[in-house]
Ligand binder design. Sequence first.
Ligand code: AMP
Length: 446
Amino acid sequence: MPFSALGLVDDLARAVAAQGYTLPTPIQAQTIPVILAGRDLLAAAQTGTGKTAAFTLPLLQRLQERRETRPSPGRPRALVLTPTRELAAQIAESVRVYGHHLAPRTALLVGGVSMKPQLDALRRPVDVLVATPGRLLDHLSQRTVSLANVEILVLDEADRMLDLGFLPAIRRLLALLPKQRQTLLFSATFAEPIRQLAGDFLNDPAVIDVAPRNATADRVEQQVHPVDQDRKAALLGRLLNAGERDATLVFTRTKHGADRLSRLLERDGIRTAALHGNKSQSARTRALDDFKQGRIQVLVATDIAARGLDIVQLPRVVNYELPHVPEDYVHRIGRTGRAGRAGLAVSLVSADEMPRLHAIQRLLGRKLPSTVVEGFAPSGAPRAPAPLAPAAPGTRRHTHRANPPAGPAPSASARRPARSETGPGDASRRRHHHQTRRVATPGDLA
Ligand code: AMP
């Protein structure tokens, strides 16, 4: 069934064709007619299913059809709420791409960046506002934006927003929206808190579920390797030199650290570039291009520089240093495991970073599997007891217990909804808890 058979106007069908899409994905085939008909929607679909186009295309058409409502400065007609800055930037870009012939006015409000450009954007008419909940609330408290004209609300990755503790923020935002509106809720699962949210805020929604039954919310395998700070570069070099030498995005906390690590890796014969705020735009573009084309294997980046990077299907991410802000960990690992592919996120964690690791585990609500790479046991780590009998050939011993159990801290659990469901998130959590520990080999990263 072609896109035009779904009822999309020619301007949108042409924009889609320009992207090389020939057929709608299952979620697009099912949701587009429903949204065009003006119904509320509860849809289960993960990133990688084509869900951004599934709501963006009909949303743009609905706005176009009802164009008599002129957009006013700072008063968007459609609001897309999404959990992370990175997703927000991707959605804003999709609105631009799919809306190429309709030219919707788009604004992007995300945290961690200067308010100034956002304030400038809000002084102009806005059709589509894409935002993360925290920064949107900041703007609302300063009265720089109003939600009084919102006709269509999209809650994207609603389950992740709840996991990240955004439920109170979402409820506050929803109270500021007009009652008369169309609401579209996308989530990877229909766990109980999502059903509750839908029950409270959707009006007789169409329910569409194209997520595979065994889908887990996280397609990213996460690993922690405890290691001494001064051995991290050597460990990273060893991991990168092993196996298939996949493209790897490495995160450092500082620009200086990114430069230094990049030089060390180059010295090790690994083709590398650093990406951070002190680089000129042309150097950044070149580094990114080299990385995308496979001319370099490793991109070493700071959090700020990596935000909004458009790299699809990145096989692995390495946290050379853990971020100060636990939420940044979620952003970082979200760069791998895209488009339905499995991804790998590896964190090299020194003793001084343990509090940061614990904060991340509290945010995730689970403990990450931790393994020591042979030859890189941290100096403070307890040695494995001498075997009573010689170990069988090939038997490996676990030598280090890195993390204490990670129960949700009171603050985190207060922010998170009670999780009584037995959805895929819980299943994956159980899996991680029961993960057998073993000593890793460099091949684990390949
Ligand atoms: P999303 O689930 O929205 O993150 O989309 C995942 C990827 O699928 C993106 O790179 C889109 O560009 C791509 N995509 C979306 N719709 C289609 C389609 N109908 N045909 C081919 N690719 C698509």
